[in-house]
Ligand binder design. Structure first.
Ligand SMILES: NC(=O)c1ccc[n+]([C@@H]2O[C@H](COP(=O)([O-])OP(=O)(O)OC[C@H]3O[C@@H](n4cnc5c(N)ncnc54)[C@H](OP(=O)(O)O)[C@@H]3O)[C@@H](O)[C@H]2O)c1
Length: 392
């Protein structure tokens, strides 16, 4: 075995330690023996979660690309050791590494294992055979576990929307609901649904194009016709200063203060892992993950009386879709942020959506073959009715 990154106590004293994969590769070219198992040990992050996430995903992307393209490692196995990526007290940057790596695993099966621990450093490593045969493992509460997805009943999930009458979402009729990406496909659909089915009367929709987004004028007209007060603004939510101004105004707005946030803003920049660059990461992380964290952090600071903090995440984070390592990272960040808020007794729901049938800017690139491929992996597109019922 060899360790790259931070030292790992508990391993034999002669276990080689390298600061990074470049150093191990360098040692191999100078005759060092190829380790059967290499552990990339990522230290827990202590700095700003957004900064840490950009830094750690870039570093891990570089390591994965190097590992997967260097012939030395073809017959070796890499374990990425994270801390609190999947626990109730998540390290958000480590959570993003799980999404990123799941996509790498889908593209390159049997080469990489994810191992999460809730004890830093991990008291002892699982046996090499365990590490090489399970793509995902967790050492939590002194127990080694491996995750499994459990299929739902196909008839219930795909053809019978949930009975919404038994599950009122309880939006405050006097409060304002902010939807980021509110002029996008799913955001606009939700805005209509909130007004027609949840008696929401005050909406603030925002996106970069805002009132100039396609369909925004009609959307405004339709919502106001149903009796709602609607404001559509052009805001780039990745800018924390602009977001702060918006959230401060909405929080102190009387008599309809901000009581619910639904964060749907997002962008795609798909590419196979080998072709991903730090730019791909920034492009998808910033509108989704950075915005989500700023929304969380700023409303906590402002003590905004939120009843709902809902994040539009994606199953891509859990399934590790091919070509979506950057997107998967952004979505597991969102899921972990919801968990983090629960731990601090703050409302949060992260909805890890499968594919919606309605074509959006984000999904219009999917042709019939791509949709068929997703279907074979279990992701059958859902109708608007099914999706909105699941939202309820
Ligand atoms: N559609 C699906 O099948 C599906 C499946 C799983 C998850 N999701 C998630 O659902 C959400 C909505 O997806 P969609 O399909 O409705 O996509 P969409 O139609 O492209 O909507 C995305 C919205 O985000 C806005 N946006 C992007 N960057 C922004 C920024 N920096 N600041 C403010 N607004 C920004 C876009 O408007 P501007 O370009 O004007 O800013 C647009 O209104 C996304 O988070 C996506 O990941 C969708």
């Amino acid at each position: 075995r060899a360790v790259i990154g931070e030292a790992l106590p508990g391993l034999p004293d002669d276990t080689p330690l390298y600061p990074d994969l470049d150093a191990l590769t360098d040692a191999l070219t100078h005759g060092a023996p190829l380790p059967e198992q290499t552990i990339l040990h990522l230290p827990p992050t202590t700095n700003d979660p957004v900064e840490a996430t950009h830094h750690l995903t870039t570093h891990t992307l570089h390591t994965l690309q190097h590992w997967l393209t260097t012939p030395h490692y073809t017959h070796s196995h890499l374990t990425i050791l994270t801390t609190h990526a999947t626990t109730p007290t998540p390290d958000l940057a480590h959570a993003a590494i799980w999404g990123l790596t799941r996509s790498a695993q889908t593209e390159h099966p049997d080469r990489i294992t994810l191992l999460d621990t809730d004890t830093h450093p991990i008291p002892h490593l699982p046996h090499t055979t365990t590490l090489t045969t399970h793509p995902q493992l967790a050492w939590h509460n002194n127990t080694l576990t491996t995750p499994h997805l459990t299929p739902t009943q196909p008839t219930g999930a795909s053809t019978q929307p949930t009975d919404t009458s038994t599950q009122p979402a309880g939006f405050d009729p006097d409060g304002t609901v902010l939807i980021t990406g509110g002029t996008g496909t799913l955001g606009a659909l939700l805005a209509r649904h909130l007004v027609t089915h949840h008696h929401v009367k005050h909406l603030h929709l925002t996106s970069r194009r805002g009132p100039h987004a396609p369909g925004a004028t009609q959307l405004h007209h339709d919502l106001t016709t149903h009796g709602a007060t609607v404001t559509i603004t052009a805001t780039d939510t990745t800018n924390p200063h602009t977001l702060k101004t918006l959230l401060t105004t909405l929080t102190h707005q009387t008599p309809h203060p901000l009581t619910a946030i639904i964060h749907t803003a997002g962008t795609l920049n798909d590419a196979l892992l080998h072709h991903q660059t730090p730019h791909h990461l920034t492009h998808t992380l910033t509108p989704k993950a950075d915005t989500a964290y700023h929304l969380h952090h700023l409303t906590t600071q402002l003590q905004t009386p939120l009843t709902h903090f809902i994040l539009y995440s994606s199953a891509a984070g859990h399934l590790g879709n091919t070509g979506q390592a950057n997107y998967a990272a952004a979505n597991t960040f969102l899921d972990a942020l919801a968990t983090h808020r629960h731990t601090h007794h703050q409302p949060a729901t992260s909805l890890a959506w499968g594919l919606w049938h309605t074509t959006s800017d984000m999904t219009q690139h999917l042709d019939e073959d791509a949709i068929a491929r997703l279907g074979r992996s279990g992701l059958v597109p859902m109708s608007e009715e099914e999706g909105l019922a699941l939202f309820d």
